[in-house]
Design a protein around this ligand. Structure first.
Ligand SMILES: Cc1cc2nc3c(=O)[nH]c(=O)nc-3n(C[C@H](O)[C@H](O)[C@H](O)COP(=O)(O)O)c2cc1C
Length: 208
């Protein structure tokens, strides 16, 4: 085994090593409203579903100058967001939104993306996204000077009709291809879903 003691490592190395090991990561592609009501759109892969209670969590780093990222600031101010799960056809657009651009420089306009109003939150839904979760701020937990975990309640879930399996009343992973973030080895790497594997319910082998 290769071993790295993260207690002794520099923050840059810790980030590189851990993000290369905790893969594949789902990506939250988050729309929020800026102060002037323009739409902000940015991806975050320090992201997990919590499910019960119906919540998701996103960890926000700071910008290089120490300022809050626009998404984080907008969630603080507006108390809501829409979390989208991008699929492979949207990979390029989602990745491009990772560029730090000044507020007011609309990612949407530059990418030719459109939004529609959400049902219960102020932040809008990205029309092209296969999945959208309308979320409200639950709480923030400051983890370090440069890192804040934001917990969001999921109020309403939307999925494109073609990916919904009516028999199970949920999305069917065979019918869409969500994007996952991998390590940044020779450039940022992503993956779509490969083979889907279906098993029987978990059962250990019989005891000897
Ligand atoms: C796939 C992907 C995942 C990212 N994950 C995170 C993350 O988990 N936390 C974070 O602070 N920034 C993350 N970033 C960087 C932000 O997307 C980037 O700083 C973005 O410009 C923030 O935009 P905003 O200031 O409009 O919120 C990620 C970027 C990409 C492309």
């Amino acid at each position: 085994m290769i071993t790295r003691d993260l207690r002794q490592a520099a923050p840059r190395d810790i980030y590189r090593i851990l993000t290369s090991l905790v893969i594949p990561r789902p990506i939250a592609w988050v729309s929020t409203l800026n102060a002037d009501n323009s739409v902000n759109l940015a991806p975050f892969s320090a992201f997990m579903g919590i499910f019960n209670p119906p919540m998701v969590a996103i960890n926000f780093a700071r910008r290089k100058d120490g300022a809050l990222k626009d998404t984080h600031r907008n969630i603080q101010q507006r108390k809501d967001a829409v979390v989208h799960l991008p699929d492979v056809p949207l990979l390029g657009a989602m990745h491009a939104c990772g560029e730090d651009v000044p507020e007011g420089d609309s990612e949407l306009a530059r990418l030719g993306l459109e939004t529609v109003p959400a049902d219960v939150v102020g932040s809008p839904i990205l029309l092209q996204a296969p999945v959208a979760l309308e979320c409200r701020l639950n709480q923030e937990i400051t983890l370090s000077e440069g890192s804040t975990l934001v917990l969001l309640d999921v109020l309403v879930a939307h999925a494109r009709e073609g990916i919904w399996n009516e028999s199970y009343d949920c999305a069917d992973a065979r019918r869409w291809n969500p994007v996952a973030r991998l390590a940044s080895v020779s450039g940022p790497n992503y993956a779509g879903l490969g083979e889907r594997l279906t098993l029987a319910p978990p059962r250990l082998p019989a005891k000897n």
